[in-house]
Design a protein around this ligand. Structure first.
Ligand code: DHB
Length: 535
């Protein structure tokens, strides 16, 4: 990072970052500030230059998170190409590490994930600025930074069995730029929240703008940015792809000193996006109404897919069943209002009981997923609810499939009536930890909660922006959701994918057989898609 004022760096180093100062971080990429490193990916040695902890805005609110790690294959500095890519044409793989709408540090080649708090900058590059030696300030957001059980022992030695997406991207000739972002627990030294909605999407847009601002002096093509993320990170990836250049985000970008550039991206990969939050409660109850037992995470308000998951069993109360019924009843009107169609033009509709072409459509994705698994040799014989005839999956018993999938969340699954969900936290304010973000949540509130600014709720939902006027929605999408993922309804990804497709985008959407809530599990296919759309 290039710092233009040592006063500011001093205050950051001591953990009191907000001193009024005119100093700004430079938006210009410093091509000389790198370390050369080598990793092994599938037996192949990959040498690259690591530019780490680059602050990507002039006036960061939190330098622990508004930073980016950039990795460039060494070949590109020798005038060589990798496959069909050169320093000028290589796409930029842009994976965020956000989970649970928590703050996230940039991903690194060492861990594939954000660096743990206290690890300090990993960059051994010649440091021209003392401040980059400083340990991250004593910020909050520590929940994310507690290393996940069993993860930290692997730090620095990425497993050879499952190389990270970042490592694989480099091995295939992509430039990698992994952005950090503020999240729902980020606070300043006064205890004021600084990462509530829309901070995380604003930060990702700012990072995109930084790449465009420096396109001429950085290897990689900033017109070929391929965003990637999982869960909340998948939702942000989708939001990034849907909302390119929309003016509603502009004041927030100006406030942090983002480069004055376009922020649309070229392509989006999203795994199990926890998105469309204001309709996700109804979608969840449409799917799980009638399934009254659950296995929920044993910590509340802190869901993070990086963490080991411990589940506790329980049964819905009469009151919760009533809430489920009410939410379920709201879903058909929403689905029908979208006017979605199948590729053959069939209207995707829902009757008052939740049945109809939309449900058949979702079921068809589950069947296609089972069929693909069967074809690749997966033994499905223990799943008695699947009908297989002559090597073809001809049907599933949808209710039995849902019972197998299992409920994980209580109604409302996202807008918690007692404000205890991570999403309530996402829609807090500078001074209020958590709020409701749906009218239903407010009306059924049990905790004295208030309602979030509806404009901010709008700005977190990609559905509101897809191919609308004044917005550059990317054409290239890859969306995946596992058939054993009950963190949100299958309808959420399906609706997003279908809306995009209906509005003219090129969407590769499929459900991954028996995969639980996770991402990056099919890197060969992911990069085959990325190569294809980039060509
Ligand atoms: C994530 C998981 C959730 O269940 C949720 O509600 C929000 C985010 C996640 O893994 O990022």
């Amino acid at each position: 990072p290039i710092l233009t004022c040592s006063l500011m760096s001093l205050s950051f180093a001591t953990g009191s970052a907000s001193a009024a100062t005119n100093s700004e971080y430079s938006l210009k990429f410093n091509a000389t500030n790198y370390t050369t490193k080598t990793i092994t990916v599938d037996g192949q040695s990959v040498t690259y230059r690591a530019y780490e902890n680059i602050v990507y805005v002039k006036n960061p609110v939190d330098i622990n998170y508004e930073t980016m790690n950039v990795y460039v294959p060494e070949e590109y500095f020798q005038g060589k190409s990798i496959g069909s890519y050169t320093a000028d044409t290589a796409p930029i793989f842009f994976p965020n590490q956000v989970g649970g709408y928590m703050p996230a540090q940039p991903g690194s080649t060492e861990t594939g994930k954000g660096m743990g708090m206290g690890a300090g900058p990993q960059n051994g590059a010649p440091k021209t600025d003392k401040e980059s030696e400083a340990a991250p300030g004593a910020d909050t957001g520590t929940e994310l930074n507690k290393p996940a059980a069993g993860k930290d022992e692997n730090a620095g030695t990425p497993s050879s069995e499952s190389p990270s997406a970042i490592a694989v991207a480099l091995s295939k000739g992509y430039v990698v730029a992994s952005p950090g972002a503020r999240g729902r627990t980020t606070k300043d030294e006064k205890g004021v929240y600084t990462g509530k909605a829309p901070a995380a999407i604003v930060d990702l847009k700012a990072a995109v703008r930084y790449l465009r601002f420096n396109d001429d002096i950085m290897p990689g093509d900033a017109e070929k940015i391929i965003s990637n993320g999982t869960s909340a990170g998948g939702a942000l990836s989708a939001l990034l792809g849907a909302t390119g250049n929309n003016a509603e985000y502009e004041p927030y970008l100006e406030a942090i000193g983002a480069a004055d550039e376009r922020d649309d991206v070229f392509a989006v990969s999203a795994y199990t996006p926890i998105t469309n939050l204001d309709n996700a409660d109804a979608a969840y109850e449409w799917q799980f109404n009638g399934i009254n037992t659950y296995e929920k995470l044993d910590f509340s308000g802190n869901t993070d897919f990086n963490m080991e998951r411990t589940l506790v069993e329980g049964t819905l109360t009469e009151n919760q069943i009533q809430v489920s019924n009410e939410l379920e009843a709201m879903f058909p009107e929403y689905v029908n209002s979208l006017g979605l169609t199948n590729t053959d033009g069939t209207a995707l509709k829902m009757d008052a009981d939740g049945n109809g072409t939309f449900k058949d459509y979702i079921k068809a994705f589950v069947i296609a997923s089972a069929q693909k698994a069967l074809k690749s040799g997966t033994d499905l014989s223990d799943k008695t609810w699947i009908t297989i005839e002559n090597g073809t999956v001809t049907d599933i018993d949808y209710d039995q499939y849902l019972a197998y999938l299992g409920r994980m969340k209580l109604p409302g699954a996202f807008d918690g009536l007692d404000l205890s969900n991570g999403e309530n936290d996402l829609f807090g304010t500078a001074n209020v930890a958590a709020q409701h973000f749906t009218q239903f949540g407010l009306e059924h509130d049990t905790a004295g909660g208030t309602l979030a600014d509806q404009n901010l709720v709008k700005m977190m939902n990609p559905m509101n922006y897809i191919s609308t006027e004044g917005t550059t929605t990317t054409n290239n999408w890859r969306i995946r959701m596992g058939t054993k993922d009950s963190d949100t309804s299958l309808a959420v990804s399906t609706i997003l994918a279908t809306e995009l497709e209906n509005k003219g985008s090129n969407v590769d959407f499929a459900m991954a057989w028996d995969i639980p809530h996770s991402g990056d599990y099919d890197l060969d296919e992911l990069f085959a898609w990325a190569d294809k759309v980039s060509a």
